[in-house]
Design a protein around this ligand. Sequence first.
Ligand code: SIN
Length: 537
Amino acid sequence: MEVRSDFLVIGTGIAGLSFALEAAKSGTVTIVTKKDKTEASTNYAQGGIASVFDPEDSFQAHVKDTLESGDGLCHEDIVQRVVQDGPARIRELIAMGVHFSHQSSNRENLDLGREGGHSRRRIVHTKDLTGREVERILLQRAEENAHIRIFENHMAIDLITQSRIIKRGMVTSETRESCWGAYVLDIDDNTVSTFLARITVLATGGAGKVYRYTSNPDIATGDGVAVGYRAGVKAANMEFVQFHPTCLYHPQAKNFLISEAVRGEGGVLLDGKGRRFMERYHPLKDLAFRDIVARSIDMELKKSGEYCVYLDISHKPPDFVRNRFPHIYETCMGFQIDITREPIPVVPAAHYMCGGLLTDENGLTNLDNLYAIGEVACTGLHGANRLASNSLLEALVFARRSADHSREKVSGEEPKAPPSAPHWDPGGATDSEELVVVSHNWDEIRRFMWNYVGIVRTNKRLVRARTRVDNIQEEIKEYYWNFTVSSDLLELRNLALVAEMIIACASLRKESRGLHYNLDYPSRDSKHWRRDTVIWK
Ligand code: SIN
């Protein structure tokens, strides 16, 4: 099958859908998503969207907090743009029908939450289910739009690039490397189709599943980063993996986040003996920047030998807790933990990729016609450590910027999609009966990444991780060429590449900064390392 449209969007989170809705004003849009269209990391975002609405707040203050959190690596021009565009983007969501929490019954006054590293209350939220509410409305609007077509259970395998087409003799003139769409696997019937487009957008979210413990849903296998990198897109700052300090620690709880907003509303961290410890690590205590809180918990756990620390909000009135955090309250009750009466057992877990595919101020990558937006991208906003609730903000702002930029292109003659592209060539691949190879390698990657490339790293650990990922890559390569592709195999292939990229960037950076902490270089070295770590194939 061949599907043609002006815009191809890969991913149905806040970034992909926001882009699609804008792009649909100028052309036809195809969206592909590897699962059910509602399954996106956006859905799991509890905290909210950081933006300046409080009259006593200011853009300067939000910029300053973001820069401080980013530990010297944010691009200040990008930070300024994103912060300034924030309120307008949020008002547009409200106009579309998103219900954010308000103070009492006053519809004009948004209830602004607080999270770590923010000097003021500025988190626009829908109780503790912000992502779900935003996703619900964006999806509704996209489904109503006659110019948008959504393909569920479709997974991008690789991008269709100019050089790939030239290689097959289908066009001759070589210009700059450009992107013309993607080969996409229909997961239900295991066929591969050619999706051609004038503009392609990677909005596939993050890669938390590369670690054994993560707050991310199962879909977060770094597909967009891997697909882009294989096609020649530059990537940056992959060493800066953000570990969220507080995920629920319970044998039956998978990936459940306890929002930082709980600490924003007065929750405190306690050790196994019920003692507060954050004052020993940072003057902002429990509301210190996320890298500091996660590292402090890691140190406490290593010191005490215990499995978890505790987050306590039981000193607040029960009605307040139940009303402000209904989702967390209900979920914890499901595990027999009443958060209005007892502390919550928590541990850090991989949460967010601050690095990703390198883009300019419009979300454009170094491949013509290819944009990357949302968690898959490295725009310069987050630097070495993302400020809490700046991610949905970035997704909204860059979705709009890249939509404006690419719509302008599409309304002219160029880029013109090629008349045809080679069909997917399965070679001599046969079905595999050895799926254990996939699950074994998947587990192994996640284990060594957690143990060797986690919150605290050393040179030796990074070398060990490199050796292991190289072996696994070899095995996957052989497997990939000999057997028919399946979504499991594609995810494993992507996950292994993302692991390799994280290890590569972490090994290059010879200092500790933000989320990257290496015991062999425990201090910051701004003379040599106040710069992005850029890698490409
Ligand atoms: C949270 O609610 O703690 C997550 C917010 C974020 O990752 O920005």
